[in-house]
Design a protein around this ligand. Structure first.
Ligand code: NAD
Length: 439
């Protein structure tokens, strides 16, 4: 493998992981961001997202001289002796007007660097973008010597480094076969199956995969609700389903609804992409609707557990929330279902105290406005009418539940992740309710 000169634009979950991992594979990488304070921290080796192995890779990259950080996309290209052979776009593509992906950051970087791009280099889009973006990017660059390649990223937050270095597959699409092969060769050491295709197909792989995962999760949440109505147990049902290799064990746990920085925006964007192609994607629409309903259903479960009645009032109740991030193992709060359910509980009149292993008390973040965040799970449980588990942090299993029973006002646990052992909780004196579980 030849070591390449690579610029990575955007140093978030995807960009920083991409930059640090490509440097660890032997490439020379310069990462750029608009956030000067973040770049200054990264230059000192300080990584401010929770990703196992990432600080170590950044430190190793800085020490080897293969990884460096600059402010601004243009500087990433000029910093490299001989210019960048490959430029990766890893900037945000948030949900925009009407659910369409907002491509402002992608377009602004392209505009910023187009005249500076090294002759015959490749512009790679790793951000999740609607089908047709590669073509549009080519038009914006307007240079016949620059190829645009779509190379969607599939890493999961919380295991980003592991996923990047052990991918299930690499997907690379472009009108230029040569450019696609050059990008695929960057990952040669990883030995992953590689799908070389056109740009539109590569762009669609990402949306189709994320919508499928969301659909699987919505489906399991619906089956869990059915279990409650039929007296069946979702744990046994998913075990029985999951042994079927066509179905598998992944994304089979019910929960308070899917969220995070990707699935909500990508499902909405897929609807828009389909709409523009004059296709009504009813499956994706139903997937989103089921998810929205799931959040309200979680509130009704808490209401019933706390008041004993379907329409009971949560006013003047105090609820301890265990878990705030969108899933365990990350500090990312973007579109967290835990926060969405918390906001609905707050609207229903409950006072909320929250604990999350990845959050510090007094964290000054607008997303956490609905709750008082504390640093200690036993403090979160003090005088509460119920404890509600909203994120599946494994450490909640080993809390001292007898001690917790001594500090709560009423020993009620609503486990919206089916995380805890009901027998342990019952022995500690708690009434326990799960999702789709028998009894
Ligand atoms: P992020 O918000 O964590 O990071 C984006 C970074 O880009 C930020 O540091 C921001 O300051 C920087 N930035 C914004 N505009 C810039 C500009 N003009 N020039 C330079 N830097 C700029 O985002 P992310 O989670 O890394 O996601 C990036 C893209 O990757 C999105 O399209 C997302 O959908 C996709 N993606 C995300 C994940 C994930 O798990 N987070 C997984 C796969 C794909």
């Amino acid at each position: 493998m030849f070591a390449r000169r690579i610029a990575v634009i955007g140093t978030g979950y995807v960009g920083l992981t991409t930059g640090a991992c490509l440097a660890s594979l032997g490439h020379r990488v310069v990462c750029a961001d608009v956030d000067a304070a973040k770049v200054a921290r990264l230059c000192r080796g300080e990584v401010d997202i929770l990703e196992p192995g990432l600080p170590e890779l950044v430190a190793a990259g800085l020490a080897s001289g293969r990884l460096s950080f600059v402010v601004g996309a243009r500087n990433a290209i000029t910093e490299l002796d001989g210019g960048a052979e490959v430029v990766f776009l890893c900037v945000p593509t948030p949900m925009g007007v009407g659910g369409m992906a907002d491509l402002a950051a992608v377009e602004s970087v392209v505009d910023e660097v187009r005249d500076l791009l090294t002759p015959n280099s490749v512009m790679v889009n790793k951000s999740t973008v609607p089908v047709g973006t590669a073509g549009r990017t080519s038009e914006l660059i307007d240079r016949p010597d620059i190829a645009v390649v779509s190379n969607p990223e599939f890493l999961r937050e919380g295991s980003a480094v592991h996923d990047f270095l052990n991918p299930d597959r690499i997907v690379v699409g472009s009108v230029s076969q040569d450019a696609a092969e050059r990008v695929a060769s960057l990952y040669a050491k990883l030995g992953a199956p590689t799908v070389l295709t056109d740009a539109a197909s590569a762009e669609l792989v990402k949306y189709a995969a994320n919508c499928f995962l969301a659909m699987k999760l919505s489906y399991i949440n619906a089956v869990a609700e059915l279990c409650e109505r039929l007296g069946a147990d979702i744990t046994d049902v998913t075990e029985g389903m999951g042994y079927d290799r066509r179905i598998g064990q992944a994304c089979m746990s019910p929960g308070p609804g899917w969220g995070g920085s990707c699935l909500p925006k990508d499902t909405q964007a897929m609807l828009q992409v389909a709409d523009a192609a004059d296709y009504e994607f009813r499956l994706v629409r139903a997937t989103i609707d089921t998810n929205t309903r799931q959040r309200q259903r979680m509130v009704e479960k808490v209401r019933l557990a706390v008041t004993g009645q379907r329409g009971g009032s949560l006013s003047h109740t105090r609820i301890g929330v265990l878990g705030l991030t969108f899933k365990a193992g990350t500090d990312d709060l973007r579109d967290s279902p835990a926060l969405a359910v918390s906001a609905l509980l707050r609207q229903a009149g409950a006072e909320l105290v929250g604990y999350d292993p990845a959050m510090t008390a007094g964290a000054n973040r607008p997303e956490l406005d609905a709750l008082t965040v504390v640093d200690d799970p036993y403090l979160a449980a003090k005088d509460v009418d119920a404890l509600v588990v909203l994120t599946e942090w494994p450490e909640f299993r080993s809390l001292d539940w007898s001690r917790l029973a001594g500090v709560v006002r009423r020993p009620i646990v609503v486990d919206l992740r089916n995380l805890l052992d009901p027998d342990i909780l019952r022995r500690a004196g708690f009434a326990w309710t799960g999702l789709g579980r028998r009894g």
